[in-house]
Design a protein around this ligand. Sequence first.
Ligand code: S3P
Length: 196
Amino acid sequence: MEARHAVVGGEQIDRVLSHLGSRSIVLVGMMGAGKTSIGRRLANLLHLPFLDADTEIEKAANLTIPEIFEHYGEAHFREGEERVLARLLASGPAVVATGGGAFMSEETRQRCRENGITIWLKADVPVLLERVRKKSNRPLLNHPDQGEVMRRLLADREPIYRLADIMVASREGPHQAVIAEIVNALDALLRQRSKP
Ligand code: S3P
C-alpha cells in the first residue's frame, strides 16, 4: 500500500488495470531474478492476486520441487509446469511468477501471448548467484560450480527471455524502483496497444 503512494499514482494504476482486462502480468527470468519477491509486491500494489507457479506445482504434486526432480526427473517437472501455468494463465487478471525455465516452453509462451503481458526481470550472473546462495531448494543449482551452471543456463535462455513484451533490469536496491519501472513500462505498452 505504501508503495502505491510513494512511487506510482493511483490514476496510472487504474489505467493499467483497465487496459489489462482479464490478462495477467507474467514475470519471467532466471532463478534469483526476483520474480517472486517483486511479483508479490507488484500484485499488492495493483490489488491483484499473486500466483507463484513453483508453489502451485508443489501443491498440485504434493511434493517439493527437489522431490519432483529426484523421483520423476526434470522432464516430468516441465510437463507439470506447463499444465499448472495453463491453469494459472486462464484465471486472470493476476500477477504470475513463473519458474526460471517455464518460458522455454513454446506452448507456455503461446499461452502467455494469449493471456498475458510478459516481463523479463533481467539480472547479471553475480547478482543472481548472490541471491540464490542462501537457499538449497533449486535442483539445477545442486552442483559444485553454481556460477558455471548459471552462466550456461543464462546463455541458453537469454534469446528466449528477450521475446518477452517488456524487459526491466532487476537491480540491487529498493524494490519500489523496479516496481515503478514495471508499472511505467506496462502503462506505456498497454496504451500503445490500445490505440486504434
Ligand atoms: C528452475 C527455476 C526454479 C524452479 C525449478 C527450475 C529453472 O524457479 O522452477 O527449480 O529451470 O530455472 P525459480 O526461478 O523461481 O527459482
